[in-house]
Design a protein around this ligand. Structure first.
Ligand code: APR
Length: 278
């Protein structure tokens, strides 16, 4: 039986409800649905967005764009900062990430996958919440704050697989001897080629893209919805605020990610009986 819709009482308004019903038809009728998410999806898990009201960069200013070059120039120092961060925004972010748990939006997208209506999810978020929500086909284009990655062979490691000795920094890759850094993609760092290639494969295969909780302003992710539109596919945006994408989106669902995606899941499952989201 479909998961109860905890937001059924949540009044999203008749207009949005109609738009959600239309979006559900589009998703149920599509062959290859890809979802793309941003920081806005984790706002209901207590993590600030980057831009707009209450955004990290709005409050603290954008960090320097040469984070990766600084890492390469002195990886030992970069690791000392990672092990004991001093910048207030970073200290706050590390604590928030440790406490955060998936919300209804994350769970609904995992439910769409289990119901066979989401072939892959591309996230710009480093917060690990899609993994915790059980999303399987997941591409973390900006990395995952919990993981470590070799900058040579791109091998990734869980923290317990590669214990870090603070007296012997930077840690080295057990496979190729390369320098290991946090998996989070720094400003100025190229997106790891394996993830980027798979993102483009999914974008090219998609005939429908759900874009939730992103200002769609950072590349290369920001270009993905336009690829889908140019190929004749549909783009369904979920965002309480308008973005650059809103005008060109096939459907814009102007509401909070948790309530809208939960309602959307319920409608899609109702349209495709027999593929219930457990
Ligand atoms: N539900 C859905 N969307 C929301 C919610 C919510 N509850 N609250 C806010 N939003 C929307 C905002 O309206 C905004 O459009 O989420 C968006 C967040 O935008 P950004 O803060 O710009 O985050 P994002 O798009 O993920 O940024 C992209 O920029 O700084 C880099 O690497 C960082 O991955 C990040 C990238």
């Amino acid at each position: 039986m479909a998961a109860a819709d905890p937001y059924s009482a949540c009044d999203l308004g008749p207009e949005l409800d109609v738009a959600i019903a239309r979006a559900a038809e589009r998703i149920a009728g599509s062959g290859h649905v890809v979802a793309m998410t941003g920081a806005g999806l984790s706002v209901e898990s207590g993590i600030s967005p980057f831009r707009g009201k209450g955004g990290l960069w709005t409050r603290y200013g954008e960090p320097p764009m040469d984070g990766f070059q600084r890492f390469l120039a002195d990886p030992r120092r970069a690791w000392q900062e990672r092990l004991s961060p001093r910048e207030p925004w970073l200290v706050g972010l590390v604590e928030t990430l440790a406490r955060a748990r998936p919300n209804a939006g994350h769970r609904a997208l995992a439910g769409l996958e289990r119901a066979g209506h989401c072939a892959c999810l591309i996230t710009q978020n480093i917060d690990d919440l899609h993994r915790q929500a059980g999303q399987r086909a997941l591409l973390e284009i900006h990395g995952n704050h919990r993981l470590l990655r070799c900058i040579e062979c791109v091998a990734r490691f869980e923290p317990e697989e590669l214990p870090v000795d603070p007296d012997d920094l930077p840690p080295r890759c057990p496979r190729c001897g390369g320098v290991v850094k946090g998996d989070t993609v720094n400003f100025g760092e190229p997106i790891p080629p394996d993830v980027l290639r798979r993102c483009y494969e999914q974008v090219e295969a998609a005939d429908c893209m759900i874009v939730a909780g992103t200002s769609a302003s950072v590349y290369p992710a920001a270009e993905f919805p336009y690829h889908v539109l140019q190929a004749g596919g549909a783009v369904i945006e979920v965002n309480p605020e308008p973005t650059d994408l809103t005008e060109v989106a096939t459907l814009a669902l102007a509401g909070p990610g948790g309530a809208v995606l939960e309602r959307l899941l319920g409608r899609v499952v109702a349209l495709s009986p027999g593929r219930a989201a457990s």
